[in-house]
Design a protein around this ligand. Structure first.
Ligand code: AQP
Length: 334
């Protein structure tokens, strides 16, 4: 049995990374890099499951790498590469398409959310995307996968696929069952405009999210305009259950300031939301704008970013090719 701990996670290059990606994923990536071997992938093949402008996609891949580095990922410690550069991902995805069941995919809520009422018009790629995600993880025999709560169901599918493969091909423990690592308090950062929807890159309104590249002025404006509540702040966050926008602002404040949410409620109790918003804008500006500045600086040298991807690809390919060879043998492919 593979007992070595290995972290794998991916981010789609579908646009500017935002506070949800940062608190739900990137911050966790950076702390895990100190404890375990980590592989972080720019999942460009996932991005094209919805149409991406080709020149924009190339820029977004480089910008995602810049965001990885700016938040503290170290390419000397972690493997950083883009998914399409290691073709073993798609080869394994095909094998896993044949292991995964249609009934399992039919249960995936993200497909329903993303395809909306237009299921018949959605790409086949969007539908089978979770099988490719399973391939990304299992190709490296990853044991831990840091993700936001929105990816929990896909992770469970990856475990089901791993289990079925191990059973079908009579190779108990061949694929480890990957464990999700979901941040407890900030598993889902919500839109600043609608507290029932997650903060997302593809949401039309830029006012729904804080981008890592936003200026201090933009952050202030967006927080000022964020939906909150006309009542004063209560003394317990449970009283905000039916006020998702207000709860979202409190959660973000607690997370960015690294203060326990109960302490935040005591600090803020009885105050207007404008008070919280001023404090929140201040801490966001001090946490996020240096990251944005670093992203811009890194983007001035695209050759350097491409070199990091190339080195990462070389390292990832060594593990991927070795594992794929064993997988092909298990399946009986010559
Ligand atoms: N709002 C969020 N709160 C917490 N975590 C989040 N993540 C994304 N949004 C939130 C986590 O960030 C990682 C990378 O996500 P992704 O970019 O690969 O895909 P996504 O989840 O589809 O992100 P977006 O912003 O919603 O992109 P689009 O709009 O292109 O679909 C993942 O670990 C995710 O959980």
């Amino acid at each position: 049995m593979n007992k070595k701990k290995l972290v794998f996670s991916g981010v789609q290059p579908t646009g500017n990374l935002h506070l949800g990606n940062y608190l739900g994923a990137l911050r966790n990536f950076v702390s895990l890099q100190k404890e375990m071997e980590c592989i972080y992938c720019v999942v460009d093949l996932h991005a094209i499951t919805t149409f991406q402008d080709p020149s924009q996609l190339t820029n977004n891949v480089l910008e995602t790498v810049a965001s990885f580095l700016a938040t503290g990922l170290n390419p000397e410690k972690s493997i950083i590469f883009n998914q399409s550069s290691v073709s073993a991902h798609t080869e394994l995805a095909w094998i896993l398409n044949c292991v995964s069941r249609i009934g399992w995919l039919n249960r995936m809520t993200q497909f329903k959310d993303k395809a909306g009422g237009e299921k018949e018009k959605a790409s086949v790629g969007l539908y089978i995307y979770p099988n490719l995600m399973a391939a990304d993880i299992l190709l490296y025999k990853a044991t831990h996968v840091p993700v936001g709560a929105d990816q929990k169901q896909h992770l469970e599918l990856s475990r089901d696929i791993a289990q079925k493969f191990n059973k079908d091909f009579k190779c108990k423990d061949f694929f480890p069952l990957p464990e999700p690592l979901i941040p407890k308090n900030v598993s889902r950062i919500m839109s600043l405009r609608d507290g029932t929807k997650k903060m997302s890159k593809s949401e039309e309104s830029d006012y729904s999210r804080i981008n890592l590249k936003d200026s201090a002025d933009e952050i202030s404006k967006k927080i000022k305009k964020a939906k909150s509540d006309s009542d004063t702040i209560p003394d317990n966050f449970k009283k905000l259950e039916d006020k998702p926008e207000a709860l979202n602002l409190i959660t973000i404040y607690s997370e960015v300031s690294k203060k326990d949410i109960n302490k935040v409620m005591i600090e803020m109790s009885g105050k207007e939301y404008s008070f919280l918003k001023t404090k929140l804008a201040e801490i966001l500006i001090s946490e996020i704008t240096p990251v944005g500045k670093e992203i811009r600086k890194l983007l001035e040298d695209k050759t350097h970013l491409r070199r990091i991807l190339k080195k990462g690809k070389e390292k990832a390919s060594i593990i991927a090719e070795e594992n794929l060879k064993n997988i092909r043998e298990k399946v009986g492919l010559l």
